[in-house]
Write a protein that binds this ligand. Structure first.
Ligand SMILES: N[C@@H](CCOP(=O)(O)O)C(=O)O
Length: 426
C-alpha cells in the first residue's frame, strides 16, 4: 500500500510510515494511490465479521505486514459485534456501539493501537488527539496503561456530553486530558499545528489517533461490508447508507469500501446545523461558519478534516461529487425524528436520528436505507431522556465511571499553551 501526501505529491510513504507519522508535511493527509479490489463471492458474504475483516484488511495490508499479522491484528482489535437492526419498514441501523466505549470509534482506535504495537514496538510515542466526544474515549481505552505511549486528548470545554467526558477524563495514568476553551475545530487546529513543528514532533514522537490517521480509516471500511453481509441478499444492491458526519472519516471509509467493490448504491452525508459540506455541495463555496452547539455534539465540526480525501477519492474513481447526497438536519427535526423512531419501536440517540432523517428525505422507491448507529443512546442519557421522556439505564461501562472525578486541565486555545503543556506534563 503506497500513500501519497495530498498536499505534496512527491511525498510517498508506506502504510507503516503513514500510521506512525499520522500527518504528512504541510499538514497533508496521506491517501492511497490505488484501491485493492475484493472478490465478492457468496463465500465472502458467509464469513463472520472477523473472517471478513481479515479479508478486507488483508487486501490492503498483507503485502506489507503479512496476512498472518493482519489476521492477528483484526482478531485482537475486533472482539465485539456490529449488528444490523431493523428500525422501521425501510431502514436498518448498523449498530456500531457495542465495543468498550460504546461508539463506532472503538473499531478504528483499537485497530490503530494494534498496528502501532506491531510497527513501533517499544518506541516512546505521544498520541495527540482532538475529540468532539467519542474519539477521546475510544483512543483512551485502546491505549490505556501502555508504558511507552502517552495519550493527550483535547476537547471543547463544555462541548461534549457529561458522560462522554467521564469516559476518558477520569482515567489518569498515561491518559492526559485538556478541556480547551474553544471549539472542536480549535482543538483539531492545535493538534495539527503541533504536528507541523518538526522539533516538537520528534521530541515527543507525536502521532495522531484521529481519522487523520489512515489506520483508523481502513479499519472502519470493514463494517460497511458487514452491513451488506447482514442485509437480505436480494436487498444488497439497493442499499443507501446515511452517515452521521462530523469530521467525515466515516463517510471516507464508506467510499473506500465502495471503491473496493462493495455494492453500495449511494451515500448520504447527514450533518446537524454545522453544515459546511451540504452548503458546499449546493453552492461550490467552502465556507465554514462559527460552530453551532447541538444535541448531536460529536458532529459539531465546521472544518471537517477528511473532506480532501473525499474529493481525491471521487476524482480517482471518476465519481461526480454531486452523487453524494447531503442533508442538514436541525435540532427540531432531530428531536422529531427521535420521537418518530421511538414510536416505531427503535430507541435512538441524536446522531443516528440525524442520519435516519436524512434517509426519510432521500430514499427512493425500491431502495433500502442503512443508517450508522455511531453511539449508544446512554452516552447521551440527558438528551434522550429529555426528548423522549423516559429513563435510559446506564450500561456497565458508563455506570463504572459516572461518579469518578474529572482529571482534566483547562487550556487556552492557543499553540503556545499546548506546547508549554507538553513540555511540562510529558
Ligand atoms: N466526531 C469526532 C471528532 C473527531 O473525529 P475523528 O473521527 O477524526 O477522530 C469525535 O467524536 O471525537
Amino acid at each position: 500500500m503506497e500513500l501519497v501526501n495530498l498536499k505534496i505529491a512527491s511525498e510517498r510513504v508506506s502504510f507503516g510510515e503513514a500510521v506512525q507519522r499520522g500527518l504528512g508535511q504541510e499538514q497533508g493527509l496521506f491517501f492511497p494511490e490505488a484501491i485493492p479490489q475484493l472478490p465478492l463471492d457468496e463465500a465472502f458474504w458467509q464469513l463472520d465479521f472477523v473472517g471478513r475483516a481479515e479479508r478486507v484488511l488483508g487486501a490492503w495490508l498483507a503485502d506489507e505486514l503479512g496476512q498472518d499479522n493482519v489476521s492477528a491484528l483484526v482478531r485482537d482489535a475486533f472482539h465485539f459485534a456490529a449488528p444490523l437492526v431493523k428500525a422501521n419498514e425501510r431502514q436498518y441501523c448498523l449498530e456500531l456501539f457495542h465495543g468498550p466505549t460504546l461508539a463506532f470509534k472503538d473499531f478504528g482506535a483499537r485497530f490503530l493501537a494494534q498496528c502501532l504495537s506491531l510497527l513501533a514496538k517499544d518506541k516512546k510515542m505521544t498520541i495527540l488527539t482532538a475529540t468532539s466526544g467519542d474519539t477521546g474515549a475510544a483512543v483512551a481505552d485502546a491505549f490505556y496503561g501502555i508504558d511507552n505511549i502517552n495519550v493527550v486528548v483535547l476537547y471543547p470545554d463544555g462541548g461534549i456530553s457529561q458522560l462522554q467526558e467521564k469516559m476518558f477524563c477520569t482515567l489518569g495514568n498515561n491518559i492526559k486530558t485538556l478541556a480547551v476553551k474553544g471549539s472542536f475545530d480549535d482543538c483539531q487546529a492545535l493538534v495539527k499545528a503541533a504536528f507541523s513543528n518538526p522539533e516538537l514532533k520528534a521530541q515527543f514522537g507525536l502521532t495522531s489517533a484521529n481519522s487523520i490517521n489512515i489506520a483508523r480509516l481502513v479499519a472502519q471500511i470493514c463494517y460497511y461490508f458487514e452491513a451488506l453481509a447482514q442485509l437480505p441478499a436480494e436487498q444488497r444492491d439497493n442499499a443507501v447508507f446515511a452517515v452521521p458526519s462530523g469530521n467525515f472519516g466515516n463517510l471516507t471509509a464508506g467510499l473506500l469500501a465502495k471503491a473496493m467493490g462493495a455494492p453500495i448504491k449511494r451515500f448520504v452525508a447527514a450533518t446537524n446545523n454545522n453544515d459546511t459540506v451540504p452548503r458546499y455541495l449546493q453552492s461550490g463555496v467552502w465556507e465554514p461558519r462559527d460552530v453551532f452547539a447541538t444535541l448531536s455534539n460529536a458532529m459539531d465540526v465546521t472544518s471537517p478534516n477528511n473532506w480532501p480525501r473525499v474529493e481525491a477519492l471521487c476524482e480517482q474513481q471518476g465519481w461526480p461529487l454531486a452523487d453524494i447526497g447531503a442533508e442538514k438536519v436541525d435540532e427540531a427535526q432531530t428531536q422529531a425524528r427521535m420521537k418518530a423512531m421511538h414510536a416505531e419501536g427503535y430507541l435512538s440517540e441524536p446522531h443516528a436520528a440525524v442520519a435516519s432523517e436524512a434517509l426519510v428525505r432521500q430514499l427512493q422507491d425500491g431502495e433500502v436505507g442503512v443508517f450508522l448507529g455511531t453511539a449508544h443512546p446512554a452516552k447521551f442519557q440527558g438528551a434522550v431522556e429529555e426528548v423522549l421522556e423516559l429513563d435510559v439505564p446506564l450500561p456497565p461501562a458508563l455506570a463504572a465511571v459516572v461518579d469518578k472525578p474529572i482529571l482534566s486541565e483547562k487550556l487556552d486555545a492557543n499553540y503556545e499553551a499546548l506546547a508549554a503543556y507538553l513540555q511540562r506534563a510529558l
